[in-house]
Design a protein around this ligand. Structure first.
Ligand code: ADP
Ligand code: MG
Length: 493
């Protein structure tokens, strides 16, 4: 791979060492399990959590004479993912055998793509707090997953579960364009978002359907690339951040002591927060890649790709831009709303025909805030888009005050119901009847002659009076009317 440094060194990201500044260089290899009912080269099911060895066809078990047949659904998903990554789609690609021996690999080789992958160069944009970063995608290729060895079930025996054997994976390789642990985490978050929007991978790292290998090296700012270490199979975004921080510090320590970095594969130990050596470059496999003679090159025409491009959903970057443009939202609010397609859709349902900024406030601050606090998902939200919209309408037309609206939200959240009806039934309407408000104002003013005297010289005390009147009206008085009347009665005008 030809490596071009696309980034300008940024002192904010430098790591301080004893002998000066260092810069991290990071590249990611992500394995994403393709969302499909059947495996890449067999009709066996891909269902997660089945009994061991229940989803295994003769092909997956590598019975002699069995031949692989490509699953078109997986090919489509890989192309759609490539399009989502704004990548070049290769109309011809080749499946190769990657040879190695391990009990969970019955064929003795993995079918993968080496020299001619289905997807070439693309990119992923990261919206970092004070800059936008473009991370290049080197390639995306299709390959089979291996089975799983189970060592903890029996004191003297190991078992093999082939349910995962042959499941389609997309390996998505980034260029070494990442320069900090935060950028690495943002990269994974964004990639997962795109995969989920496309529906090509569920992105569940805890179930292993998305796994990241992290390549880390350090160098003097802007200097030659250093020797990298690859940290295998880190299974959460938080751990990726921790593994990078630890690994960069480890390498800096070695280099500053006059040592050199050995290119090696390392493992991250989440318990200790450390990486440790798994195998060195000398122990690396020679995979003896060669084109799989059982499979023809994979070929399709541009019309096939164009049709898939037609059917692509709106992706997070485009949706964010539209939310800013169409609804006048801040980039910050737009970012929060597009994290998941479901939350973006929810917002749009609420905002339909309503004040978009007010809608965004209610969705983000009240609803998402509350869901977060209670550890709930939007899908199981006790308040629907229609109900939230109903509350917003009542605030907007002055039927209830902002404060009462929060009480109403609470009632809808805990008891359910139609907001307008609830307001009617429970007498929550804002009092705009000036006579009624004036009566309360007069009472408060009469009861506090000294404070009235003070307020004439200290207008700041007006707030205290407003508070008293609001309290007496149980929050239902129209605050503007209260303010106006108080000023008049106290003589502040
Ligand atoms: P391999 O074929 O050995 O896996 P690649 O050239 O495909 O190696 O690179 C694998 C990953 O390592 C890519 O994500 C790439 O961006 C990253 N990478 C390459 N060189 C460096 C480096 N010097 N420091 C950090 N990451 C690197
Ligand atoms: Mg690689």
């Amino acid at each position: 791979m030809s490596i071009v440094d696309t980034r300008t060194p940024d002192p904010k990201k430098f790591l301080k060492g004893a002998t000066g500044d260092w810069e991290m260089v990071i590249g990611m290899e992500v394995h994403a399990q393709v969302t499909s009912h059947a495996k890449l080269f067999s009709g066996a099911s891909t269902e997660f959590g089945s009994e061991p060895n229940n989803n295994v066809s003769l092909v997956d078990a590598a019975m002699p004479g069995m031949l692989p047949v490509i699953n078109e659904e997986c090919v489509k998903q890989a192309i759609r993912t490539g399009l989502g990554l704004k990548a070049e789609i290769n109309l011809k690609s080749v499946f190769d055998r990657k040879n190695y021996f391990y009990p969970d690999l019955p064929q003795g080789y993995q079918i993968s793509q080496f020299k001619q992958p289905i997807v070439g160069e693309g990119k992923i944009l990261l919206d970092m707090p004070d800059e936008q970063v473009e991370v290049g995608v080197e390639r995306l290729h299709l390959e089979q997953d291996a089975g799983k060895s189970l060592h903890d079930q029996h004191p003297t025996m190991s078992f093999v579960d082939l349910n995962r054997s042959g499941v389609a994976l997309m390996e998505i390789v980034s260029k070494p364009d990442i320069r900090s642990a935060d950028e690495a985490k943002a990269y994974l978050t964004k990639l997962r978002m795109i995969l989920r929007y496309l529906g090509t991978c569920d992105g569940n790292m805890d179930q292993g359907s998305m796994r990241a290998d992290v390549n880390v090296s350090v160098r003097r700012p802007g200097g030659e690339f250093g020797t990298r270490c690859e940290i295998k199979n880190v299974n959460s975004i938080r751990f990726v951040g921790q593994a990078i921080e630890y690994e960069a510090r480890r390498q800096i320590g070695i280099l500053e002591d006059g040592g050199q970095i050995d290119q090696e594969t390392r493992l991250f130990d989440p318990g200790k927060g450390e990486t440790r050596s798994m195998r060195s470059k000398e122990e690396a496999h020679d995979y003896r890649y060669f084109p799989d003679p059982d499979l023809l090159p994979l070929e399709f025409d541009q019309a096939y790709v164009d049709a898939l491009a037609e059917g692509l959903p709106e992706l997070p970057d485009e949706k964010k831009a539209r939310f800013i443009d169409q609804y006048g939202l801040t980039p910050y609010d737009a970012d929060i709303l597009v994290i998941e397609k479901a939350s973006a859709d929810f917002f749009e349902e609420v905002a339909k025909g309503r004040d978009a900024k007010l809608s965004a406030n209610w969705v983000i601050n009240e609803l998402f805030g509350r869901l977060n606090k209670e550890g709930l998902e939007l899908a199981t939200s006790p308040v629907s888009a229609a109900q939230l919209g109903g509350i917003i309408d009542l605030v907007k037309d002055g039927t209830i005050s902002g404060k009462i609206a929060k009480d109403l939200f609470e009632i809808v959240w805990t008891e359910g119901g139609e907001p307008a009806k609830l307001v009617e039934e429970r007498g929550m309407k804002q009092v705009t009847d000036l006579g009624a408000i004036e009566k309360i104002v007069d009472e408060i003013v009469e009861a506090n002659p000294e404070k009235v005297e003070q307020a004439r010289n200290k207008p700041g005390l007006l707030g205290w009076f407003v508070g008293q009147v609001m309290k007496a009206s149980q929050g239902k008085a129209n605050p503007q009317a209260v303010n106006d009347l108080l000023k008049k009665k106290i003589g502040l005008e």
